[in-house]
Design a protein around this ligand. Sequence first.
Ligand code: NAD
Ligand code: TYD
Length: 342
Amino acid sequence: MPSHSPRNMLVTGGAGFIGSAYVRLALADPRLERLTVLDKLTYAGNRANLDGVAGDPRFHFVQGDIADPAAVRTCLTGIDTVVNFAAETHVDRSIQDASSFVLTDVYGLHILLEASRSAGVERILHVSTDEVYGHVEHGSSSEDDCLLPRSPYAASKAGGDLLARAYFVTHGLPVVITRGSNTFGPRQYPEKLMPLFITNALDGLPVPVYGDGLQIREWISVDDHCRGIHTALTLGVPGNIYNVGSGHARTNLEVTLRILDLCGRGPDLIQHVEDRKAHDRRYSIDCTKLMSLGWHPERGLEPALAETVAWYKENQNWWRPLRGRADFVEHYQRTYKGTSTQ
Ligand code: NAD
Ligand code: TYD
């Protein structure tokens, strides 16, 4: 299969955590002629995430919804390559209200797939997640395992993932899908475990560990995840799915203790709180297939975590305003039953 070389890209959800890191990676290639970000700027989207590329004449930003056919159609003019990061992404929010998840992660993706088909794009990569496999008690999930999502977030992502594959099978749309594991790094909205616990710890606030904290996640640095996505986009075969993981499996308690230590705090800040409903105990993915394309994770968990903590220490002007916003405070109080964010 010849490699695919993007020239004119549309990156949806490019103002979010992983999408903005991917935009920086893609623009580092001088062969790329133009890159447009289409992002709705939900609570999780942040123009500041793209500050570093704002001066690049090849970069363009459009605020809009992937579920809006007219907006998507306009953005697709002249595009040969689409990479879709746009999604509602937080499990706890999906437990509280799944509507926006179904609208964006399933219906929005449907609009994007339909418009990409009409526009005749050469390649579309859909970013999915290891959570579509559901809880894995033993061993590791491979790409042809069945999907058994257990949270509304994972179920909406699984719906989108299957729809994307169906567009390849039915219409021949050149779709590639990646299923990445838990990702961490700079610019992650402070509702997910790592940025929430780091920013709480820096302020000396308790860190809310769900249940016994022995749930296992496979942590991948955002740089390794983005390189994996780019490898699948450029070297992957349409119609195929590629897991993107790191092999760095840790319990939440192990990660929490390390974060507290890096923030100069002790285990006394750990507060065990009521467990998340239907909390998946363990995820683990087999990445042999993506590795056969030449990709492998490069970042050790320990140095990447230390760099991440250092980034949040040094970039308080990025996260303090986010934590001060009404939507963050409401989410926090709803999720952690009235606990204060200060
Ligand atoms: P994020 O929540 O930080 O960013 C999502 C972005 O999508 C935001 O900029 C938001 O404004 C935008 N968006 C949301 N709805 C939109 C819509 N309808 N139209 C246009 N833009 C919209 O998410 P993230 O952590 O960067 O995740 C990106 C993708 O990677 C998601 O598809 C997610 O499911 C997947 N993923 C994430 C992880 C992880 O650990 N964070 C792991 C595996 C896969
Ligand atoms: P999260 O970052 O929300 O990612 P996901 O649920 O998509 O894996 O959570 C990672 C793990 O951390 C998960 O097992 C839930 C747990 N967790 C807590 O214990 N406390 C928290 O406040 C949060 C946000 C997560």
